[in-house]
Write a protein that binds this ligand. Structure first.
Ligand code: SF4
Ligand code: SF4
Length: 67
């Protein structure tokens, strides 16, 4: 089990501020198809900077199962 940031796509407006706030390169990526972001949970360091930086409160830290 591990903690990682997760995006609620219903709330994400595609502003990309979370990408700027994340200290880890390429963990948060912009999906051109739906114009929302996705987070690579396995590489997320759980620093919560994206949670704080999101103006839409679209990101939360969740507990995930190892796969
Ligand atoms: S900061 Fe929030 S609203 Fe903006 S792209 Fe990231 S998750 Fe979406
Ligand atoms: S919690 Fe930190 S490492 Fe993980 S996606 Fe958000 S800003 Fe990046």
């Amino acid at each position: 089990m591990y903690f990682a940031a997760k995006v609620d796509k219903e709330k994400c407006n595609g502003c990309k501020l979370c990408i700027l706030s994340c200290p880890e390169p390429n963990v948060i990526k912009f999906n051109k198809d739906d114009k929302k972001v996705v987070i690579d949970a396995k590489r997320c360091k759980n620093c919560e900077l994206c949670v704080v930086g999101c103006p839409s409160k679209a990101i939360e830290i969740v507990l995930l199962q190892d796969s």
